[in-house]
Ligand binder design. Structure first.
Ligand code: BGC
Length: 473
């Protein structure tokens, strides 16, 4: 753990170098450990392709091949992610050109728990309002029934493109009566109730959307990753390498997008990830104990809470905030992951941004030693997250056997886009795993998978069905 500011201040405080080393040890991933995680990960990916019902389900997304760039037309995309509901009108003009008009609604905590049908009613309502205003502006014709991609970023078992049974909620959602049901049917029921004229063409995971949208603009893309509130990856696999699909009669050489749902890696068994007691607390106090083990160590929903749990421990041990009222830190998930990124960006000698994080949001005055420690702790938690994410990416690269030829990974999400140094840490992780060859794997900001990607997939699906290719899938 490196402390940027004067060492003497640290030595005078209860934050001793032994204490710092303790956290360093807990959160540091050695290259050796990373390589063993990658090996276990590759095996897990293969198991998911072999059989249905595996912990990492490797879900065939029924998106065949790559976009050509020549897809055209107007499409709707509705994106129910971890934080927002977004409605988009996407115009594809061919030649890789597109235009997006969108509206975003922040989801409240209450909406994430209310009766499932009410959540879908809210989606239908928002879509209806969006369509009305687009019609009033003349961007779409009244009465036109546009094809829609529904980006639903939770694990759904699919047996065709416009159908998907929710396996489990993730990212803190818990709406009753959705798990085990076909979400496209639930949504169609709400659309009917609200008289919304759309035809649901494709159910899309955000990672599949990111993969396809990124390939549309950068054909070297082989993997799409989301590192935001949740985390996950998708890639294209030859059908011949997906034993569980062999009865569908799809030619072996056909490429099929796979939504890995890698957030579930090491769930239940907890054999491979070096989980700390903070990870265990998060897991056991979550609405989904034992699930999403990998995601809980990596994604934006959890990093701030890991940080808060370390602070709580140090408050209880009398190491930090001595004699201060720390009651505002008692509430679960009250420490936003964005603060870790703010703290890591603070380059002032006195760490003044960190001063204001604590004084403004929690009414706590901090010492410089505490702030130095917090900055270093944020770095440890953020670095572990990036390095674990690189283990997942390395596993897919290894599974596809494309390390020598190299590839690009399209990544979207707040951690990749906003967290200082996250991208560099991923790349350092890849070279720790693969040596110099790790540099053959590059990353780039993914195109908007949930909007553009979803629309392109709706277009690809329409074309495929018009051409009579697997019209029942
Ligand atoms: C979900 C995935 C999703 C990821 C990123 C995870 O919690 O299970 O379906 O792709 O979050 O949004």
């Amino acid at each position: 753990m490196s402390l940027d500011n004067t060492q003497s201040i640290v030595e005078d405080s209860p934050i001793t170098s032994e204490l710092i080393q303790k956290y360093e040890k807990l959160f540091t991933l050695t290259p050796e450990k990373m390589r063993s995680i990658v090996d276990a990960f590759v095996e897990t990916l293969k198991r998911g392709l072999e059989q249905y019902g595996q912990v990492v389900p490797m879900i065939p997304a029924f998106v065949f091949g790559w976009p050509t760039g020549e897809e055209t037309g107007d499409y709707l995309a509705l994106d129910l992610g971890g934080t927002n509901l977004r409605v988009c009108l996407v115009t594809l003009s061919g030649g890789g050109k597109f235009d997006i008009k969108q509206k975003k609604y922040r989801l409240t905590e209450e909406q994430k728990q209310m009766e499932g049908s009410l959540l879908f009613d809210f989606c239908a309502d928002s879509l209806s309002a969006f369509l009305e205003s687009a019609q009033a502006e003349g961007t779409i014709k009244a009465g036109a029934e546009l094809p829609m991609g529904f980006t639903f970023s939770y694990p759904c078992q699919q047996d065709r493109i416009d159908h998907g049974i929710l396996i489990r909620w993730t990212k803190g959602f818990g709406n009753p009566n959705v798990e085990g049901f076909d979400v496209t049917q639930l949504f169609a029921d709400s659309l009917k109730k609200h008289n919304v004229p759309v035809s649901l063409t494709a159910l899309v995971n955000d990672t599949t959307g990111a993969l396809i949208a990124s390939h549309y603009t950068n054909p070297r893309t082989r993997i799409g990753v989301i590192l935001g509130t949740g985390c996950n990856a998708a890639y294209a696999e030859r059908v011949g390498n997906i034993p569980k699909m062999k009865d569908l009669g799809i030619p072996d050489d056909t490429l099929m997008s796979i939504n890995c749902e890698w957030g579930a890696f090491d769930s239940f068994e907890h054999k491979h990830l070096p989980r700390t007691k903070y990870d265990e607390i998060i897991d056991l106090t979550s609405n989904k104990p034992h699930e999403q083990a990998f995601e809980k160590c990596i994604s934006g929903r959890y990093l701030g809470e890991i940080f808060r749990l370390v602070m709580k421990e140090l408050i209880d041990e009398g190491v930090i905030f001595l004699g201060k009222d720390t009651s505002k830190l008692n509430e679960e998930y009250c420490f936003d992951t964005a603060y870790l990124s703010t703290m890591e960006s603070d380059m002032t000698p006195e760490l003044l941004t960190i001063v204001s994080v604590f004084s403004q949001h929690y009414k706590i005055e901090t010492t410089l030693a505490e702030r130095q420690f917090f900055k270093a702790l944020a770095n440890l938690i953020g670095t572990r997250s990036a390095r674990l994410a690189s283990c997942g990416m390395a596993a897919i690269v290894k599974k596809l056997d494309i390390l020598d030829e190299g590839c690009s990974i399209g990544i979207d999400g707040s951690l990749y886009d906003m967290y200082p140094g996250f991208k560099e840490r991923i790349h350092e992780g890849l070279t720790d795993i693969f040596g110099e060859k790790g540099k053959n794997v590059v990353t780039h900001h993914a195109e908007d998978g949930s909007g553009l990607g979803s629309a392109i997939i709706a277009a690809m699906t329409k074309t495929r069905k018009d051409k009579g290719f697997f019209t029942n899938l």
